[in-house]
Design a protein around this ligand. Structure first.
Ligand SMILES: *Cc1c(COP(=O)(O)O)cnc(C)c1O
Length: 412
């Protein structure tokens, strides 16, 4: 039987190569950090979600070791049978305190948290209203729910339905969706706090105002925000000063908050209590391992005691964005450490982005090119991610390499 499928898959894989859509993985031969070893060569890493530089932080590594000694390697159980230790409850409590919520439930990943949160809470009587550019895990999670769906054009808050220039299809704004969904029992607006391709931030001031006007809940995915957005790093809800207006937060411990793995849903206590009883990835998947729990607790303690790391990240981001702008690059403006270098104004933009990334790597700067279908056609880019692990010299080196490669390729 496999022969037929094998032929099919070989063809599909070849076609991925032909379309330049095949995903090649570069092998890192060192811990994650500002400096990493790739191909036996030391390079500066500018493409990790290691926003606060905690992936290899000595205090987190020690906390992980300690918890292996104290609580073992694994639990071999889901939470509700015999997989809940004291430290799992501590992490849930510390996460709630950090995010400013009532309660928190852990998952193996934020992908799982988003896969878990919609199906039990929203039935065919309810409406889920979601930004068109939300993360893949939100899209999949919503697919599992029986609720009615409205997709609003990315960041479009208006009461309109009109043709979207980019796609040629009709698209609605958020307020229009809310009006159409008024007869449903519950409505929930769902958005990434920060969108990972452009580094743009959800307009939580307008979203929460509309939620009040039309009696809707608000769910934000804070994966690219938790730990550093807002003046004490609590997230985009802190940045917009709407911490009391968000009903549900999903986030990951696999980016700024330590970088290993794990995720959660955090919010109103009855919602969390209900999910503990009903969420399938919680009921039917293994508990988060003690070492990860221990290191994540250490991470939250660290971030609650000082804003030093998020302040350094903010300073690094500002330096990089200003230097790249004065060097003449087309970068998407903003304040987030995700800094896309755009090649849209060039005809051969996707080839340019790929060449730019590989030339930069040869010069010791590791960045990645993003092309269609990850980003819209013609919006090819290098997505640079700044970290608190970077020192000023690292940022200056990156800018000088980009300037050299940019001139060489005729980009600036
Ligand atoms: C990375 C990411 C996730 C997935 O997080 P994991 O914990 O790695 O599964 C979910 N949502 C958003 C917005 C993300 O950026």
């Amino acid at each position: 039987m496999y022969g037929k499928m094998q032929d099919f898959l070989k063809n599909e894989i070849e076609s991925l190569h032909n379309q330049k859509l095949y995903k090649h993985e570069r092998i890192i031969e060192s811990p994650q950090g500002a400096e990493i070893i790739v191909n036996n060569q030391k390079v500066l890493n500018f493409c990790a979600n290691n926003y606060l530089g905690l992936s290899s932080h000595p205090d987190l590594i020690k906390a992980a070791h300690d918890e292996i000694d104290n609580r073992g390697y694994g639990l071999s159980s889901v939470r509700f049978i015999c997989g809940t230790q004291d430290i799992h409850k501590v992490l849930e409590k510390k996460t709630s305190d950090f995010l400013g919520t009532e309660d928190t439930i852990l998952f193996s990943s934020c992908f799982d948290a988003n896969g878990a949160v919609f199906e039990p809470l929203f039935t065919d009587e309810d409406a889920i209203i979601t930004d068109a550019l939300n993360h893949a895990s939100i899209i999949d999670g919503i697919r599992l729910a029986k609720a009615k769906r409205w997709i609003y054009k990315h960041a479009d808050m208006r009461d309109v339905e009109e043709e979207d220039q980019a796609t040629g299809k009709m698209a609605k704004g958020l307020e229009r969706c809310l009006i159409e969904a008024q007869s449903c029992r519950f409505r929930v607006i769902v958005t990434d706090g920060v969108f990972s391709m452009d580094g743009d931030i959800a307009k939580l001031d307008e979203i929460t105002a509309l939620a009040e006007k039309y009696n809707a809940l608000v769910l934000i995915d804070e994966s690219h925000s938790s730990g550093f957005m807002g003046k004490t790093g609590r997230g985009t809800h802190e940045l917009y000063n709407v911490m009391d207006k968000i009903d549900i937060i999903t986030t990951t411990y696999g980016k700024a908050l330590g970088g290993a793995s794990g995720g959660c849903v955090s919010g109103k206590k009855e919602i969390i209590e209900f999910l503990r009883n009903k969420a399938r990835p919680y009921l039917f998947s293994n508990t988060v391992s003690p070492s990860v729990v221990g290191a994540t607790i250490k991470c939250l303690d660290l971030l609650s005691s000082t804003t030093e790391l998020r302040d350094k990240l903010e300073k690094n981001t500002k330096l990089f964005r200003e230097s790249m702008t004065s060097a003449g690059f087309d970068i998407i403006p903003g304040i987030h450490p995700i800094t896309p270098i755009m090649f849209s104004k060039f005809e051969n933009s996707s080839q340019l982005a790929v060449d730019f990334a590989s030339r930069s790597l040869e010069e010791g700067i590791y960045v990645i090119a993003f092309s269609f279908p990850v980003v819209p056609r013609g919006k090819d880019r290098i997505r640079v991610q700044i970290s608190a692990a970077h020192e000023t010299e690292h940022i200056e080196k990156a800018v000088s390499v980009f300037t050299k490669v940019g001139k060489e390729l005729g980009v600036i």
